[in-house]
Ligand binder design. Structure first.
Ligand code: GDD
Ligand code: MG
Length: 360
């Protein structure tokens, strides 16, 4: 079975992380998100993958080169955003049999092999994976019948229209005939248009509910959570990748992943769950807690970073305090600044040094 991964979205809710980096490239445990998805597909015997690209498509080639995996990948570019269904239609010349479509921003353990087996057995038009969540209003809410068919699909309803906690997990197995519902070169969404139309026409859409791990990495909070969940699943202490210089006087506590060529000074304290990307420098007395740093980030002496995300090439000078912050690529935070509660700093910005505390 072939797969189509939707990687053309703008990742608006993840800005400033996605201003210069497509969602598929953001690192999860120091590897591009796309690599996690490709490994998941490989684990379910899928070796042919179409990438429906759009926003920042050029960087997808570079990511693919950095991933060593036995999968054939074919990027198919949209010159304008075509929506989730329009993007698949745009790649339809490569699809002949039933195929799987995945939202590119999910990380999951849903049993795709079992889902495909069920699809082949029942042969509905679509088989849709469902997952339970606490707040269904952010997703496509899916009502099912007693015999396991989808009855109703409502995208991002208000609470007054939420009738179940089961939502669209963003994985579908689709028969090619479904693409007849999608006009060529037109913006069409599965969620707002194709699924409701199929149900109106009485076409069979099979539900595949699953309790397996599932997350949509669509916001900074979820991005931190997926890193922390995966870290917690794989390790308890510190893991250092490749060559890194870690002073014996540095303290690494809880699940901490340190990328290659990092330099961590004496008296630095890194508290998990945290991920430090390749080539980061953490100075003496600096403290990092429950945070994710991408590559080539410098944290100055005595600076504290808590529950924050810092993208590539950022520099936080001495004596800063950052809590719940998201820094885009290439940001510099001057000495002595204190930023908290959801500050988002756009790429390449410079936040000047804080003035010294007044003496009167
Ligand atoms: N190629 C292409 N072109 N991809 C797109 C486009 C487009 O025009 N628009 C969105 N995508 C991709 C995004 O990159 C992402 O991987 C996926 O389609 C879903 O888009 P999101 O923007 O992340 O949607 P969402 O999270 O608000 O909602 C969707 O996912 C939920 C589950 O995570 C919907 O499918 C919901 O129904 C679902 O519950
Ligand atoms: Mg999403």
């Amino acid at each position: 079975m072939k797969a189509v991964i939707l990687v053309g979205g703008k990742g608006t809710r993840l800005r400033p992380l996605t201003c210069k980096t497509p969602k598929a490239a953001i690192p999860i445990l120091n590897r591009p998100a796309l690599e996690h998805m490709l490994r998941y597909l490989e684990g379910h015997g899928i070796h042919d993958v179409i990438l429906a690209t759009g926003h920042l498509a050029d960087s997808i080639d570079g990511i693919l080169k950095s991933i060593q995996i036995d999968i054939r990948t074919l990027p198919v570019l949209e010159t304008m955003p075509l929506g989730t269904a329009g993007a698949v239609k745009n790649a339809s010349r490569y699809l002949d049999d039933a195929f799987v479509v995945l939202n590119g921003d999910i990380v999951t353990g849903i049993d795709l092999s079992e889902m495909a087996r069920l699809h082949r057995q029942v042969r509905p038009r679509v088989t849709m994976a469902l997952t339970p969540v606490d707040n269904p209003t952010m997703y496509g809410v899916v009502e099912t019948t007693d015999c396991g068919l989808v009855k109703k699909f409502v995208e991002k309803p208000g609470w007054d229209r939420v009738t179940t906690n089961l939502i669209n997990a963003g994985i579908y197995i689709i028969e090619p005939a479904v693409l007849d519902y999608v006009a060529e070169s037109t913006m069409v969404m599965f969620e707002d248009y194709v699924f409701p139309r199929l149900l109106e026409q009485g076409e069979p859409v099979l539900a595949y509910p699953s309790d397996a791990y599932w997350i949509d990495v669509g916001t900074p909070e979820k991005y931190l959570k997926v890193n922390q969940d995966l870290l917690g699943q794989t390790q308890t202490g510190a893991v250092v990748q490749g060559e890194a210089v870690i002073d014996p006087g540095a303290r690494l506590e809880g699940p901490v992943l340190i990328g290659p060529e990092c330099v961590i000074a004496a008296g630095a304290h890194i508290r998990g769950p945290s991920v430090i990307g390749p080539q980061c420098r953490i100075a003496a007395g600096a403290a990092i807690e429950a945070s994710v740093l991408w590559d080539n980030v410098t944290i100055g002496e005595r600076s504290k970073v808590k529950t924050s995300i810092i993208a590539s090439n950022c520099r936080v000078e001495e004596d800063c305090y950052l809590e719940q912050c998201v820094l885009g690529r290439g940001v510099t935070i001057g000495r002595g600044n204190s930023l908290d509660w959801g500050a988002r700093i756009w790429p390449d910005s410079l936040v000047g040094c804080a003035p010294p505390a007044s003496s009167h």
